[in-house]
Design a protein around this ligand. Structure first.
Ligand code: APR
Ligand code: ZN
Ligand code: ZN
Length: 368
């Protein structure tokens, strides 16, 4: 019986309980988690900002070892180290075939129902079924996931670092490498230097951006941003952030500006920070009812500004997870440095509280 953190209802703390886990069915694998990051989206489920059928085992940023494979699984074997993808990607649907696996029809349906690909769950507690957050449920010593949602990585990457690839790193680095079109020499602004923003910054650096301007309100976050490749820092609490970014880019604005917070106000600022003909890439997920007001004539048509949303870093997980793991092994991608502290599963509620502070980039549950 694995120990898991369960969200029973909106507004309550996660409950640590011994849950039942049914064996993997056809096309599924059972994974013993080595680590799980605690992401902002987990907290958003508990506050009701992010819709997720409840009660559920939360957690969606995990890595571990395959301990059992269901019938017909050919891509994975017992003992494989894997990163869990919270959008299982089938590789063959309309979207996957067009290199938009982050929108996979099969995976998206599973996420919405709260179950696995057949919409049912493998977790239960006292006979009551528990949903899996995002077809994963990594706040558990063990979980069962679709085999297409577990991607093999090399055995010699520490699982506490590998786990972060599954959400924050794919989302952030992918936004820079896949969603945006950054060219070598470009200037980039990144609004929000939290766990995901730091990864946009290191992705922009990998893409060859010359000037990387981090924008945040917490001084500690801006300092850490420099370690990840930011060349300039703008403290948004020192007056108009848009004007400060324009000043750093010869009055033009950035070639590419990213929003990595999820607020209506900063989405608008990010749009204004992008230069004429540049891109505003929205990574942060605002409230469902959020709207965005654009001046069509001047900015969109005559100014040729582009706005793009970025979901899960526009990633093909089967291609990008091994690619990012490889970059880490070559010393080109920082993962260890994202882990501010390791905790036990019982401390997960404390990790939610630590999110607001400047010291923590990511708390990571270490199951070992
Ligand atoms: N101006 C500038 N920075 C701000 C502002 C603001 N008005 N408000 C908050 N911030 C900064 C915070 O100080 C913090 O550093 O934004 C950062 C947000 O980081 P995290 O809380 O660590 O969130 P993160 O996990 O990075 O996720 C950010 O990306 O994928 C999405 O769903 C995710 O919407 C979320 C966003
Ligand atoms: Zn996440
Ligand atoms: Zn698909």
């Amino acid at each position: 019986m694995p120990k898991a953190a369960v969200c029973k209802e909106i507004g309550s703390k996660l409950e640590i309980a011994d849950v039942d886990l049914a064996p993997p069915q056809a096309g599924e694998v059972r994974v013993r988690l080595g680590a799980s990051g605690v992401c902002h989206s987990d907290l958003s489920v508990t506050t009701g900002q992010l819709l997720q059928p409840l009660p559920a085992v939360l957690g969606h940023e995990g890595a571990g070892t395959v301990v059992e494979v269901g019938e017909g699984v050919t891509n994975l074997a017992e003992g494989d180290h894997v990163v869990i993808s919270w959008v299982p990607q089938c590789g063959t649907c309309y979207f996957c075939a067009r290199d938009q696996g982050e929108l996979c029809e099969v995976g998206s349906m599973a996420i919405m129902t709260g179950g696995l690909l057949d919409t049912t769950s493998r977790f239960s507690l006292g006979g009551q079924s528990l949903f899996h957050m995002a077809a994963s449920g990594t706040f558990s010593e063990e979980t069962v996931v679709p085999a297409m949602g577990a991607v093999k990585i090399s055995d010699d990457i520490p699982l506490t670092s590998a786990a972060l690839i599954g959400c924050g790193v794919l989302t952030g680095v992918g936004a820079a490498l896949n969603t945006a079109s950054i060219r070598p020499g470009d200037s980039v602004a990144v609004v929000g230097a939290g766990g995901v923003g730091l990864n946009v910054i290191q992705g922009a650096k990998l893409a060859g951006a010359e000037r990387i301007i981090a924008v945040d309100m917490v001084e500690g976050k801006l300092e850490r941003a420099r370690d990840f490749g930011a060349t300039d820092a703008v403290n948004a609490s020192d007056g108009n952030a848009v004007a400060q970014v324009q000043e750093l880019t010869s009055g033009r604005g950035a070639d590419v500006a990213f929003e990595v917070i999820g607020l209506e106000s900063t989405v608008m600022q990010t749009f204004e920070m992008a230069r004429r003909g540049g891109q505003a890439v929205i990574v942060g997920v605002p409230k469902m009812e959020s709207r965005f007001d654009v001046d069509v004539a001047l900015s969109l048509v005559m100014g040729e500004k582009q706005v793009r949303g970025s979901w899960y870093g526009s990633s093909n997980v089967h291609r990008d997870i091994p690619m990012l793991a490889g970059l880490y092994q070559e010393g080109k991608l920082k993962l260890d440095e994202l882990v501010s502290r390791t905790i036990t599963l019982d401390q997960v509620n404390d990790a939610f509280e630590a999110m607001g502070s400047g010291e923590v980039a990511r708390s990571v549950i270490d199951y070992s």
